[in-house]
Design a protein around this ligand. Structure first.
Ligand code: 147
Length: 640
């Protein structure tokens, strides 16, 4: 009795047709901001810093981002930190603060064609008397564009207020203000929130004229598998380019499958033509929110260690094979065999109408599939270069591999695609996979100190990560020479999420027993704090921090506090010492030894507490709201 052979799996036909209609591709990229995520990258030593930048921005090397969205700093927390404003007050202007200008410059230096996009999460409180949708905010954006110009950076896109809806007349006024001030080529994206903006674009001509693209967040689900993406017909029929202007929020390796689906399916399901991953890089310490999200991990400037994520290689499968201005081919984009589970493919053609690239993902496929491809419609029938990534593999050797070169015959060729893989078929060349690697991870060693004297005015002190407010180096007050760190935000900000006192953190979460000391000067009645054993941080519920604090006020009142992420603050010890007053320098110290916490003010022990809540963590500075205190001579010495 003969056994019947299993039927050969039917091959799936895919036609790559250059004559197909399709939308213009705007690009794939990522977001620096919303916020604080890129903070530690600028503090990396060379050559590692340049290597990470190469992996993010250099064409033919890594993620090769086509769009970089950067936060317009607002001196307020915007997720994992706060980013500094170019105007802390109405009369202030400094175009060199923070790291976003530097990052945009580094991106442009590597890829002059990268598109830049600015967006605010929050803003300083002087704006509009606390009203974001104000003429002050429009002028604030104009001055930010002026700063960009000083840096030689052309800004391509500008947004409104991240995930806080929109105000139709404000956008219309922004458009006329841009046109009137020489920024007619800056395109407005609305509204970095949900799709509801499409209804107003459709019903209001002035709004429609002001808005160049509709950008929506997480249109394939928040941090989801991105198996399917939904776009309402009001958006599709608006005639505007549709963008996933924020997506991702996933681990730099673990988010790879979702990204592979989302980039393709965003176009197939919703005709979205841009995909921006949040965030670009995880350059923050592990206690902060979303510590490993991005395209790469670069959280240890002191060791120089970094790790390039699978997300980088997934993005490379689109970015290295296309450019903004290419065209999707609708007839050559869809689900394999019409079945989502088999995987998806999108095809794009170059403006030269000859080159093409087809990106195929088989994230959910159960078995290998044979594809019979046919090239037509004027496209090149030359050699097809195949690049592939096994997205299920943790081995870097399986990521972004130039796996085959195929010579089509009569325009036809076949390819077998494995499950869980991502492929790009292309007639283009110039792709590449960077080979640089960083050193091993290591702790930030104690003792650690900083006199702050080596910085320019307006700089961020090394490793000091703003959470709320803005801590910058300035000439010291109180008759002292040299540079000090000053909290620069003199008013409650227009927040994006939970408001807390201004504070900034620094160091290794592994630090346990140590003495933290610093000089402190109050500029107004209020308080300043040394923070110790700081660890986990909330941003959206309470803004709470797991830590101990030594708080001293101008009146001489002092306290040792225990705070946590539920927003609870309890007093472990308190008292009153001689008044500190304002504009006078004092020295503070906080010692952690096992469960004993000791507070010292101007050389005298004022009190102590016994508490076992927090065993270790970072140090930090804090001030009361509206207090522009100064800090100097930071020192952290190991204890026992
Ligand atoms: C986004 C923010 O825009 C980012 O700054 C960052 O906070 C990111 C973290 O995942 O999230 O905000 C969102 C918060 C919640 C949802 C979507 C976006 N949500 O629940 O759908």
């Amino acid at each position: 009795v003969a056994t019947a052979a299993a039927p050969a799996q039917a091959a799936t036909s895919v036609t790559i047709n250059g004559a197909s209609a399709g939308r213009t591709f705007d690009g794939v990229g990522a977001i620096s901001g919303g916020g604080g995520n890129s903070r530690l990258l600028i503090d990396y030593p060379e050559p590692q810093r340049g290597q990470v930048l190469d992996y993010l921005f250099r064409p033919g090397y890594g993620a090769s981002l086509q769009i970089l969205k950067a936060e317009i700093g607002g001196d307020t927390n915007s997720t994992s930190g706060a980013e500094p404003s170019h105007q802390h007050t109405r009369s202030d202007l400094n175009c060199d603060r923070g790291y976003e200008w530097w990052l945009m410059e580094q991106a442009k230096a590597r890829n002059p064609d990268i598109k830049l996009y600015g967006l605010a999460w929050g803003a300083p409180g002087w704006i509009g008397g606390g009203n974001f949708w104000s003429a002050d905010m429009t002028n604030y954006l104009l001055s930010w564009l002026g700063c960009a110009k000083q840096h030689g950076l052309g800004i391509d896109y500008l947004g409104g207020w991240n995930e806080r809806g929109y105000n139709v007349s404000w956008y219309v006024q922004l458009r006329s203000a841009l046109n009137a001030n020489g920024y007619g080529n800056v395109k407005i994206v609305a509204a970095d929130s949900d799709w509801s903006v499409a209804n107003d674009v459709n019903s209001n001509q002035a709004f429609a004229a002001a808005v160049s693209a509709i950008g929506t967040h997480y249109p394939c689900g928040y941090r989801s598998a991105q198996s399917s993406c939904s776009v309402p017909s009001a958006a599709t029929s608006s005639g505007k380019p549709l963008w996933a202007s924020e997506n991702g929020s996933d681990d730099y390796n673990g988010g790879a499958q979702a990204m592979a689906r989302g980039i393709n399916r965003g176009y197939i399901d919703g005709r979205m033509t841009a995909y921006l991953n949040w965030p670009v890089v995880a350059a923050l310490t592990p206690n902060l929110p979303y510590p490993t999200m991005g395209l790469a991990l670069a959280s240890q400037p002191w060791s120089g260690s970094y790790s390039i994520g699978k997300n980088t290689w997934v993005m490379a499968h689109t970015s290295q094979f296309t450019a903004p201005g290419w065209h999707y081919l609708d007839a050559s984009s869809g689900y394999l065999g019409g079945n989502r589970n088999n995987g998806s493919y999108v095809s794009l053609k170059s403006p030269n109408n000859s080159d093409y690239s087809t990106v195929i993902e088989t994230m959910d496929a159960g078995s290998a599939q044979t594809l019979n491809l046919n090239v037509t419609g004027g496209l090149s029938t030359g050699t097809v270069h195949v690049w592939s990534t096994d997205v299920t593999s943790g081995n870097p050797a399986d990521h972004f591999v130039h796996s085959a070169d195929i010579t089509p015959s009569g325009g036809g060729f076949s390819l077998t695609v494995q499950p869980g893989h991502l492929y790009t078929l292309t007639t283009t060349t110039g792709q590449g996979k960077g080979a640089a690697t960083g050193p091993a991870r290591g702790a930030l060693k104690l003792p650690y100190s900083d006199t702050f004297d080596g910085y320019a005015t307006g700089a961020e002190a090394k490793y000091l990560m703003d959470w709320q407010g803005a801590f910058e180096t300035v000439g010291c007050g109180g008759g002292r020479s040299g540079k000090c760190v000053r909290q620069m935000s003199p008013q409650r900000p227009i927040t994006w999420d939970a408001l807390t006192d201004p504070h900034a953190l620094l160091g290794d979460v592994g630090w346990g027993n140590y003495t933290l000391s610093s000089d402190v000067l109050l500029e107004q009645p209020g308080y300043a704090e040394l923070i110790g054993r700081a660890n986990g941080h909330d941003y959206d519920r309470t803004g709470g921090l797991n830590a101990y604090h030594l708080r001293v006020s101008d009146t001489g009142a002092w306290s040792i506090l225990n705070s946590n992420t539920n927003g609870t603050v309890s007093t472990l010890a308190r008292g009153t010492a001689a008044a500190l007053g304002t504009d006078r320098w004092h020295s503070l110290a906080l010692t952690f030894s096992g469960t004993t916490i000791t507070a010292v003010v101007d050389g005298a022990t004022v009190g102590s507490a016994d508490d076992r809540t927090w065993a270790g963590g970072q140090i930090g500075y804090a001030t009361s709201q509206n207090e522009t205190a100064q800090f100097d001579n930071l020192s952290v010495t190991p204890g026992s």
